[in-house]
Structures are given as structure tokens and as C-alpha cells.
Design a protein around this ligand. Structure first.
Ligand code: GDP
Ligand code: IMO
Ligand code: MG
Length: 422
């Protein structure tokens, strides 16, 4: 039995979708346990190119059963759309995807409040995806949430939803927004429930049976370590726990059953939204900026970019007990004459660590860089570590040495097949 959590070791978008799709070949269960459709995971395989927000990226492994745990928050429209897209690509989804009735539902008022709160914070805004994530998790922990299980009890649903719409309308109107219509929300969401009913099922017996039978679980985290509510750069974080402990509450996997934690580490750093980023490259005209620049999957925003920050990766490895690293996007570095890697921070002339600082302190540190030689050879077709140029191998070795975990996989292209196992 293996229970492997795949986590991002930076600020998200490390390539988790690609890695999960690759590793799912030997999985019996693939699962999401945190976040919501703020996540955007890219999968490129024989079925096509997919931008996935809620369905586990391992769904493309036909033998795998896919689970969306109670720790995930769901915008039903997004989930329905995704199920249809994947089904159209030729894969059977019904009967193979199960959604926990414990999962909380993103309502229209959550999305509106997300936008209103962001606008009210002005320059101090988090730069959220505006998918309603903060407000829906706030409702969850303040006992105001609506779950799929509520839809199975009409009276409960009517009562709870009515209270919430009335309450939220007061806040929305006070903040200058427009009132929402209860009947319209109810009608729309009852229709969503009807569509999703065949997928909703308590996951406890499924997970327990799998564990008892020694099956292989692949748990796909959303976001990244430094967007974690507790350990990330608060308040520039997301609203759910992103470290592997979330898999326990979010899926019902006892912590001691976790066998592996794989950190997906991008060969450089990106960040979407506000918050400190010590190695950020500001010169948008520079070659390295253009090379690293990416478009965010969920919102279409341009991601902020920077050199690899190994102080962050080292912290993520220690915090989550990472057993192996998958280094992604090595191919993107090809052609750079020199590569900078941040190996630590200094503040006021002293060495400091990520955990010594709050978010604002992190914004003041000076990164300490080690310069490495680049390479020109195309690595995107390399099939073994030995086939990589010496300079690329040195880069990989520096990562594992500084981070404190072995780099077991190296991703050299976005497709499933462009992956090296060591
Ligand atoms: P996720 O949120 O962690 O799943 O990552 P995203 O899908 O948001 O962003 C990662 C981007 O990098 C996507 O466009 C992927 O297709 C792409 N990608 C993943 N691995 C590699 C790689 O090794 N090389 C290249 N060139 N692109 C990659
Ligand atoms: P994946 O799973 C990158 C960021 C947002 C914002 C902050 C809070 O694709 O790696 P939220 O909408 O969650 O309240 O926004 O978190 N954020 C992500 N950044 N990748 C993600 O997911 C993200 N999910 C949220 O940009 O800064
Ligand atoms: Mg992403």
C-alpha cells in the first residue's frame, strides 16, 4: 500500500497536475482533499489538453477511482462543466468519480463577497481568484455553510439557505452590491444537485476499504505550501490548509497511513496575486522574465516570476516531511547563460530563515544567490538523468542538496511523457 500526497513546494502552479497525471498510472485512488476551483491544474496526455479545477488530475488513469473529499469546496457549475469535458474526451467518469456530501458549496453570494472584500481592501488586497474561496471557508468554520448533504433534506436546505441569503444580502447591500434573489438561487442549485446526484456518495467506506485492502492512493493537493493559511505568507494566502495534514481531515485518511510526500518543485518561482516574493524579477523586458512568464490557468492573469528560492523549498520539505522531489520545467532554463539560485536570506546583515519572518519581514529580506552555469542543449527529449548536460545535472544536484530530499523525477516538458525517473 502507498498513500502518496503530491504537494506544491512554492506558491502553487508547480506542475502538480502534470505530475499527478504521470504518477496516476499505478494508483487505485486519486483524490483531491483541499481548496476548490481556485486551483487550475494542466494535464496534457493522449486524451488532449485539460485545465482542471476540481476533478482530480489522475482521472485520466482509467483504472483509478477519483474522489473529491469533504475538504474541497465546490462551485457546482465548474464541476458539471469539467465532468462533461472529460466525458466528451472519451473517458468514463460516471461510476468512477465520487464527491463527498461533506463538501461545502460555493454559492453566488460567496463570489460576490470575495470581490467586495477585495475591493474594500484596496492596495492591501490579497489578489484572490474571486471564486468565493475565502467567504465559503469562512462560512464553513463559522457554521454558516451549505453542504451537499443539506440538499438531501429539503426542509433543512430551505431554512438554512434562506437564512444565509438574507444575511448575506444585508452585507452585500451595505458594501454597495446588489441583492440576490433567494428563489432563483434555490432553483439553480436544485438543478445542479439533480445533475450531480449520481456522483455524491459518502467516501468513508470507500477510503476505509481501500486502506484495508492495501491499495495505492494518490492525493493531489491544490495551491502550494506558501499559500497555506498557517504556514504561508499570511494574509497573502488561501483559505484552506495546503500541507499534507489536510488530507487527513479533507479525505478521512488517518495521518499514520501516509507513506510518501512528493514535493513538486518548479525550477524557478512563480506567484499569482499579492504578497512577498524575495526572488522576484521585475524587469519585464529581460530575457529571463520573458522565458519564465506564464498565464494563470484559473484567472488568465500573468504570473509573477523569479529565480528558484531554495530557502522556501527547504522549508516546505521539512514542514511536510517530503520524501521525494519532482523538479518541473527544467527545459525552461535551457538557453540561459547563467542561472541564479537563492540559497538563503539576509536581513540587516544577518542570516535569517523563512520561519523567522512574517509576511512583511519576508518582503524585506535580501536573497543570497549562488550562480550556476546554464546549458544550451535541448533537454526536452532526454530520457534519463545521464542524458542531461552536466550543467543541468549540477542544477538538479544543488536542488536536492539544499532542499534535503532526493529529486526522483525531473519534468522536461508539459506532456505526460516528458518525464525522467531516476
Ligand atoms: P499546477 O497548478 O501545479 O497543476 O500547475 P499549472 O498547470 O497551473 O501550471 C504549470 C504549467 O507548466 C502548465 O502550463 C503546465 O502545462 C506546464 N508544465 C508542467 N510541467 C512542465 C515542464 O516540465 N516543462 C514545461 N515547459 N512546462 C511544464
Ligand atoms: P493551483 O492548485 C496559484 C492564490 C491567489 C491569491 C491567493 C488567495 O493551481 O496551484 P483565493 O482565490 O484562493 O482566495 O486566492 O491564493 N491562489 C493560487 N495561486 N495557484 C493556485 O492553485 C492558487 N489558488 C489560489 O492567486 O493570491
Ligand atoms: Mg495551477
Amino acid at each position: 500500500m502507498t498513500v502518496t500526497a503530491i504537494i506544491g513546494s512554492q506558491w502553487g502552479d508547480e506542475g502538480k497536475g502534470k505530475v499527478v497525471d504521470y504518477l496516476a498510472e499505478s494508483a487505485d485512488y486519486v483524490a483531491r482533499f483541499n481548496g476548490g476551483n481556485n486551483a487550475g491544474h494542466t494535464v496534457i496526455n493522449q486524451y488532449g489538453t485539460f485545465k482542471i479545477h476540481l476533478v482530480p488530475s489522475g482521472i485520466f488513469a482509467p483504472q483509478a477511482v477519483a474522489l473529491i473529499g469533504g475538504g474541497v469546496v465546490i462551485d457546482p457549475e465548474v464541476l458539471i462543466d469539467e465532468i462533461r469535458t472529460i466525458t466528451r474526451s472519451g473517458l468514463e467518469v460516471e461510476g468512477r468519480l465520487w464527491v463527498s456530501p461533506r463538501a461545502h458549496i460555493i454559492m453566488p453570494y460567496h463570489k460576490i463577497l470575495d470581490g467586495l472584500y477585495e475591493a474594500a481592501k484596496g492596495a492591501g488586497a490579497t489578489g484572490t481568484t474571486r471564486r468565493g474561496i475565502g467567504p465559503v471557508f469562512a462560512d464553513k468554520v463559522s457554521y454558516n455553510g451549505i453542504r451537499w448533504s443539506d440538499f438531501a433534506r429539503e426542509k433543512v436546505l430551505l431554512e438554512r439557505l434562506k437564512t444565509q441569503v438574507e444575511l448575506k444580502n444585508k452585507i452585500i447591500v451595505a458594501l454597495g452590491g446588489e441583492r440576490l434573489d433567494f428563489d432563483q438561487i434555490l432553483e439553480t442549485y436544485l438543478a445542479h444537485y439533480e445533475t450531480l446526484m449520481p456522483f455524491i456518495r459518502e467516501l468513508f467506506p470507500i477510503v476505509q476499504d481501500g486502506l484495508r485492502q492495501g491499495k495505492n492512493f494518490l492525493l493531489e493537493q491544490a495551491m502550494g505550501t506558501f499559500l497555506d493559511t498557517d504556514w504561508g505568507t499570511y494574509p497573502f494566502v488561501t483559505a484552506s490548509t495546503t500541507i499534507p495534514s489536510a488530507a487527513s481531515a479533507g479525505l478521512g485518511i488517518p495521518p499514520r497511513f501516509l507513506t510518501d510526500v512528493v514535493a513538486v518543485t518548479k525550477a524557478y518561482t512563480t506567484r499569482v496575486g499579492a504578497g512577498p516574493m524575495p526572488t522576484e524579477i521585475h524587469d519585464t523586458e529581460s530575457e529571463v522574465y520573458r522565458r519564465f512568464a506564464e498565464t494563470a490557468v484559473t484567472t488568465g492573469r500573468i504570473r509573477r516570476v523569479g529565480w528558484l528560492d531554495l530557502e522556501l523549498v527547504r522549508t516546505a520539505v521539512a514542514l511536510s516531511g517530503v520524501t521525494q522531489i519532482c523538479l518541473t520545467k527544467l527545459d525552461v532554463l535551457t538557453g540561459l547563460r547563467e542561472i541564479q539560485v537563492c540559497i538563503g536570506y539576509r536581513l540587516d546583515g544577518r542570516e535569517v530563515h523563512y520561519t523567522d519572518l512574517d509576511s512583511y519581514g519576508l518582503g524585506e529580506v535580501e536573497p543570497v544567490y549562488q550562480q550556476l552555469a546554464g546549458w544550451d542543449e535541448d533537454v526536452s527529449r532526454a530520457e534519463s538523468f545521464e542524458a542531461l548536460p552536466q550543467a543541468a545535472r549540477d542544477y538538479v544536484k544543488l536542488v536536492e542538496h539544499a532542499a534535503g530530499a532526493a529529486v526522483k523525477w525531473i519534468s522536461v516538458g508539459p506532456e505526460r511523457s516528458a518525464t525522467i525517473t531516476r
